[in-house]
Design a protein around this ligand. Sequence first.
Ligand code: GCU
Length: 369
Amino acid sequence: MLPDVLTLPDGRRAVDPTTWREVFRPALLELLASHVYGHAPAAPAISAERLAGGELKHGTWEHWRITVWPGVKPLAVLLCLPRGVAAAPCYVGLNFLGNHSIVGANEVPQPSGISSRGATLQSDRGRAGYSWCVEGILKRGWGLCTAFYGELEPDTADGPALSRTWRDGGFAADAGAISAWAWLLSRLVDLLVRDRRVDASRLVSVGHSRLGKTALLATARDPRLAMVVANGSGSGGAGTFRETSPGAETLAQILSFTHWFHPRLGPDAQAVPVDMHQLLACIAPRPVLLTNAEDDDWADQCGQLRTLQAAAPAWRLLGSGATPPAAMPALGSGPDGKVLRYAYRVGPHCLCPADWSAIFAATAAELPG
Ligand code: GCU
């Protein structure tokens, strides 16, 4: 059984929106930090410079370099903006293969850094345009802001990189990689909120798989994100530790990625005082879209719907008319639910155009211009 989302482990209950905002949500974020993901510091103001740019069919691309922390090398950011829109809403998320994989123009640099597959590859140039549907995003008047996830926080068992730097600055050194990636996603938000060409009230975080877990955590922490899309996020994302479906990844299994989490996280789900419906609840009352694939049992497609349903009382407490789907939506039927949405498609574990069809429909409905 998942614990009641409106009750803290010490028995305190959230009874109204004020206690939710002032006591309950901060307490949940602290439990998630101290038992699952580790802490991340408030960020100093970033500095940013635009280094290159070019044309796309339905908009433009820009290569930015942002300094996110004193003494840490800059992060390369790709910003794509639609043509003819004064202030564009924007999708924001980290990518797996490098910015050059999304926009293949030679001036988009191949980032340094390490993913779970190793260094980025020149042969991936332009290869992930399909996953991100850049032209489809631009055609709808939206922008995309992204950075390579492994550039500053490598996805290797060698241990977290950013939290070591934070420790040198006097902060807690318990952050796993998901916490660091979520922190980096918020640095992209820092860049977007100061750009007048962007509608800062409509920033939607997007992530696939481990980066779906990252998008959920970033949105739980950062109220500037107006909505989250988590694709195939699975265990430690929208898949709970306590109630995994048969064939889905368990807490004991995901701990093979030790560097993703707080060093204290152990394999006994009942011993963890917080679970993933409480991660989702920290996003309330903002919209959530979970997208999943039929052939992706590992990500616990059915369990994720239960997580959404178990989180819903937080939205109701805040007066939102959120309604998650009552049952698994029909395959390919579009994003079911209101505010708490779920879309289910055929196929394997990946981010693909069918996911974007659901994302476009859900963002148009939840965040109309
Ligand atoms: C592994 C891991 C998942 C993760 C996925 C990914 O399958 O077990 O938890 O979501 O990698 O990020 O691709």
